[in-house]
Design a protein around this ligand. Structure first.
Ligand code: M6R
Length: 618
């Protein structure tokens, strides 16, 4: 949470900073601010509560000088309300020559603040971040060496932080430190960049370095120095960003979410690319950290993830268990590590995260690694902390996802989960290879089917628009349809702020059916009727039970399932596929439904209230 950007070089710093913040605004939008040092050596700061547009208006009213060094911040509030005063940057020192921005939480800020207050320092915000600004300024006043002062303070901070600092008296450098929060460097020609992720600078350079845990960066226009917190020089590895700025732009779309829903055929195709042969066999190349021996010895898989990513895990579980016959449990990352889970060296942890920076998930894998487990990440962000800290990574190639509500990252995660299941199964040999290949061949057809679903979203959109006044929507599913139902409900909660819940359809009669009253909208994910053991008749019975009590049914069903039309007011059909693969298709109308309903209510679909894209605090 919080987006940070830093720049030093010949370009207009303000343009670089505002451009970067615009791309990072998905990380938090409670306030925004920038500091620059003018060519005549003066630090100037502008900050404003609310979205970035407020800061831009403030700068128009009170222009900033042309500058060639600066830092910028977009905030998701933790300590202190989203006010102008609590907005970053925070200034440090008696003459306020130092400017600091921070992403994360400084857990020991109260004791550090007490130390400063006892010395007579006055604070102008309620944030935890301001202590760091005053401490670094104080140490700099003593030593006259900014890098030294910075290094001496960051080691005193507990918790999670990426901190960027500039100072009037050393106007050629941006200092940065990273512990438990993301930081990447962008390498330019005579200019260099810092950002919470590569989106901050991808329009200027694709050469990047992911900064490691407990490292400090000294960034100048012509040089980049990385040191560990204990002062040792680090030789960082450079990588090339594999997408360009247009991928993170709205293009002609009304919202990022609308664009990202439409991106899904490509996201699924790119995630499959090079990993699935035309005969349906799987080849994963980024899994060197896991030997065939490790896989054969596996006794259990635990999938850890949060939010939408955890529903991808719930869906993948069905395929992984069925094909590989390895028991799988799915756990919310933040619950997992606090319940003394049973982990052995034959447990594989699969961590799913779009950002790769979700703190709950990072803490879960660190804990599991301490106990000897191997970790495989399913991650969408190159160089993310999760990928760096895992034994193996399957990257989802969904491209940058900017809207807070996850869409294309989810369908790419589900796809990667299926690939993982088929790959494990091919090594374990518990299921005949021909059966696995049959599924693999069907998986290859999914991008085309996703395109068909996208082309036919008008009905889901119309229904969403017509239900703008709904107070509550329930979602039902069974088997792989159950996590799809929960995801449908999450989308509606986060985007439209209305009560929504996803249930396993069989659970209704054990309590939730009491919620059904005349006119209650219920969206039901109906399984294919074609399978031998199909749950179709059972779901039809569940529909009848709630219809009899007044529910209005919207069914998501497979093409050709004519029977369902007799039991639902509306049916949205999706193409036929292997039953276990259906969530990639059935979830998409639910995304479009939530988007349309939220839009009809006049809400901001890309930046829903109280949320941030990447949750980097526990
Ligand atoms: O970056 P991650 O995939 O780890 O994020 C996990 C969740 O915070 C995320 O999926 C969240 O639930 C989405 N906003 C839901 O749309």
């Amino acid at each position: 949470m919080c987006g940070i950007v830093g720049y030093v070089g010949p370009k207009s710093t303000l343009d670089v900073l505002i451009g970067g913040l615009r791309r990072l605004e998905y990380r938090g939008y409670d306030s925004a601010g920038v500091s620059v040092i003018s060519p005549d050596g003066h630090l100037e700061t502008r900050k404003k509560a609310g979205k970035l547009v407020n800061l831009v208006a403030e700068i128009e009213e009170h222009p900033l000088p042309t500058a060639h060094i600066g830092i910028g911040h977009t905030r998701w509030a933790t300590h202190g309300a989203p006010t102008d005063g609590n907005a970053h940057p925070h200034l440090g020192g008696q003459r306020q020559k130092l400017s600091l921005i921070h992403n994360g939480i400084i857990e020991n800020f109260a004791e550090l603040k007490a130390e400063l207050v006892a010395e007579g320092t006055t604070f102008s915000s309620e944030t935890d971040s301001e202590v760091a600004a005053h401490l670094i300024a104080r140490e700099f006043e003593k030593s006259g060496d900014l890098a030294k002062a910075f290094a001496s303070v960051v080691v005193r901070l507990h918790g999670a932080f990426t901190i960027l600092v500039i100072h009037e008296d050393q106007p050629d450098m941006v200092l940065a430190a990273r512990r438990n929060a993301p930081l990447v460097i962008g390498l330019g020609d005579g200019e260099n960049f810092l950002g919470s992720d590569v989106a901050a600078f991808v329009e200027h350079t694709k050469r990047a370095i992911s900064v490691g845990q407990d490292e400090i960066v000294i960034l100048r226009a012509g040089s980049v120095e990385v040191r560990s917190f204990d002062g040792k020089t680090v030789q960082p590895e450079e990588f090339t960003v594999d997408w360009d700025a247009s991928a993170a732009s709205k293009g002609g779309w009304s919202s990022f979410m609308a664009k990202e829903i439409a991106d899904q055929p490509q996201a699924v195709a790119d995630t499959l690319m090079g990993r699935l042969n035309s005969d349906g066999s799987v080849r994963l190349t980024e899994t060197d950290g896991l030997s065939h021996e490790d896989i054969k010895n596996l006794e259990r898989i635990i999938i850890v993830a949060c939010g939408t990513a955890s529903y991808a895990g719930d869906i993948a579980k069905y395929g992984i268990e069925k094909w590989s016959r390895i028991p799988v449990q799915v756990e919310l990352s933040h619950e997992f590590r606090y319940r003394d889970p049973i982990i052995t060296k034959n447990t594989l942890i699969v961590a799913i995260s779009q950002s790769g920076e979700t703190m709950d998930t990072l803490m879960a894998i660190r804990y599991a690694k301490e106990l000897g487990a191997k970790v495989l990440a399913i991650c969408n962000t190159q160089g993310a902390t999760l990928a760096r800290e895992s034994d193996a990574v399957i990257y989802t190639h969904a491209g940058p996802e900017v809207a807070v509500a996850s869409t294309k990252a989810l369908t790419a995660q589900i796809t990667a989960g299926y690939l993982l299941g088929l790959w494990l199964a091919s090594i374990r040999g518990a299921v005949p290879a021909a059966e696995l290949k049959r599924v693999g061949i069907d998986l290859l057809k999914m991008p085309g089917r996703v395109s068909q679903v996208i082309a036919g979203l008008e009905q889901a959109q119309r229904l969403g628009t017509s239900m703008a006044d709904a107070k509550s929507v329930l979602f039902l599913g069974r088997n792989v349809g159950f996590p799809v139902a929960m995801e449908g409900a999450l989308k509606l909660k986060e985007l439209a702020y209305i009560h929504a819940e996803g249930f396993a359809a069989g659970e209704l009669k054990h309590g939730p059916i009491a919620l059904i009253e005349e006119g209650q909208p219920v969206i039901v994910i109906v399984p294919s009727p074609r399978d031998e053991d199909s749950l179709h008749p059972k779901v039809i019975s569940n529909i009848q039970e709630i219809r009899a009590r007044g529910a209005k049914i919207i069914a998501i069903a497979e093409e050709g399932d004519e029977q369902v039309s007799n039991y639902a007011e509306n049916v949205i059909f999706v193409p036929r596929c292997e039953t276990l693969l259906a969530p990639i298709l059935t979830v998409i109308p639910l995304q479009a439904f939530a988007l349309a309903l939220s839009t009809a209510k006049g809400l901001d679909v890309d930046q829903p209230r109280n949320l941030a894209k990447s949750v980097t605090v526990e």
